[in-house]
Design a protein around this ligand. Structure first.
Ligand SMILES: Cc1cc2nc3c(=O)[nH]c(=O)nc-3n(C[C@H](O)[C@H](O)[C@H](O)COP(=O)(O)O)c2cc1C
Length: 207
């Protein structure tokens, strides 16, 4: 059995604490080696999954035209989103994606099962939650390689699927942007600007 040292734990903690969501104002023009990309995707591949179903499917999007099309979809959805929030001025100033500036985009899908999945009999969303576990794994591994990742959720999943030519058996879980960055901020940007406060451990309920 592998036992970890305090130093190992500290490194894991540092990676977790310094992981950030990266938007287009932080990405730099630098290639990601294929070996490193494989390592990052392997991290996703070893995530836990309900019934060991591993229901994730990754689509790497490098094509400029496709990314432009996805970006236009973001612009449309973001115009709608702007109207929803009271503090429209602050919202309008936020950069909320890095679709064009990142080295690559990674669309992550949930593959709907063709058979019953152990553990997914009562709670049908467990497969999708498993895909989120895979995303978190790859987000942390990317950070360990000093590569930034941004999650772009202000997108219509149906439109994304159409642009990428993805079959109906797949459901979009995450549209991610990856690349090297000029800096990782110390704190979440939304915390710094006062949009949300950081949760304290005191919020945990003990029964
Ligand atoms: C499911 C999910 C969806 C997100 N969608 C977006 C998004 O559309 N645009 C964006 O700028 N950030 C998005 N984020 C990033 C969050 O805003 C960010 O994680 C949060 O503010 C905390 O900051 P940090 O990740 O830098 O620690 C998303 C994060 C998650 C987990």
């Amino acid at each position: 059995m592998k036992k970890f040292t305090k130093d190992n734990i500290n490194i894991l903690k540092q990676i977790m604490l310094s992981r950030r969501d990266i938007r287009g104002n932080k990405f730099i023009k630098k290639r990601i080696d294929n070996d490193i990309l494989d390592e990052i995707l392997s991290a996703a591949n070893c995530a836990p999954s309900v019934g060991f179903s591993q229901p994730w499917k990754f689509v790497i999007v490098k094509n400029k035209e496709k990314r432009d099309e996805i970006y236009q979809e973001f612009v449309k959805e973001n115009e709608k989103a702007k109207k929803i929030f009271k503090n429209k001025k602050i919202y309008s100033k936020l950069k909320l994606e890095g679709i064009k500036e990142s080295y690559l985009n990674l669309a992550v899908f949930y593959e709907k099962p063709k058979k019953e999945i152990l553990g997914q009999t009562s709670q049908k969303k467990m497969g999708e939650y498993s895909v989120v576990c895979a995303i978190q794994n790859l987000w942390l591994m990317a950070r360990a390689y000093n590569i930034g990742l941004g999650w772009v959720s202000i997108l219509n999943p149906k439109k994304v699927k159409k642009i990428l030519g993805i079959k109906k058996e797949y459901k979009l879980v995450g549209y991610l942007t990856l690349g090297y960055v000029d800096e990782f901020l110390d704190k979440p940007e939304l915390e710094t600007i006062g949009w949300e406060k950081k949760k304290s451990l005191k919020d945990i309920k003990i029964i």
